[in-house]
Write a protein that binds this ligand. Sequence first.
Ligand SMILES: Cc1cc2nc3c(=O)[nH]c(=O)nc-3n(C[C@H](O)[C@H](O)[C@H](O)COP(=O)(O)O)c2cc1C
Length: 202
Amino acid sequence: MKSQLLEIFQRRHACHLFQADRCISAEDSNFILEAGRLSPSSFGLEQWKFVVLSSQHQKLALQAACFQQPQVGTSSVIVVILAKLADLHPDSEYLRRLMAREYPGDALEAALKNYRSFHAATDIKAWSENQCHIAAANMMTAAAGIGIDSCAIGGFNPAEVIRLLDIDPARYYPSLIMPFGYCAHAPGEKQRLALEELVEYR
Ligand SMILES: Cc1cc2nc3c(=O)[nH]c(=O)nc-3n(C[C@H](O)[C@H](O)[C@H](O)COP(=O)(O)O)c2cc1C
């Protein structure tokens, strides 16, 4: 298991061009979305929403909003991960419903009080986006595990994506654009710092 997992982490790479004529199946696409859904999130608030696009005109429009990065238009399926905003307000119905799962019964009111302080002290947009990145990582790893390539795309014009997807900016902010498909090029050599440079044991 350890070697299999490491092999998947080694194999996943940022694909810069997909084979435009190869589609991923609906079953595989659902498997990837499921990996996102099962991701951990702060307070268990599932700060993400997944918008799935697969038509050619949608992909090309999104590519234009991503500074014409070709992996967007050539992918099979794109998952746009939206970071929730308004739902994370302490007075929202969503917040109360999800907090009640984490803090059942009498624990809820105290947890909501704590959350209210946390909300006031936190950059909620950045915090929400951070959770989306966790879901994105799990989706990329899951995809690599079944032989599907991906590329996280943070290089996009958010205002353009908001306009194209007709998003209410008070409710959602586009966090990451995730194209999936079969890569048209071999992965480059993995470039990573050695553990000795990254890890400090105390
Ligand atoms: C949050 C995030 C945003 C990224 N944005 C882009 C992007 O806009 N375009 C791109 O080609 N790669 C993008 N990447 C991919 C990284 O460049 C890539 O993961 C990194 O260079 C390491 O290479 P590897 O994934 O092949 O191991 C992004 C990666 C992350 C995690």
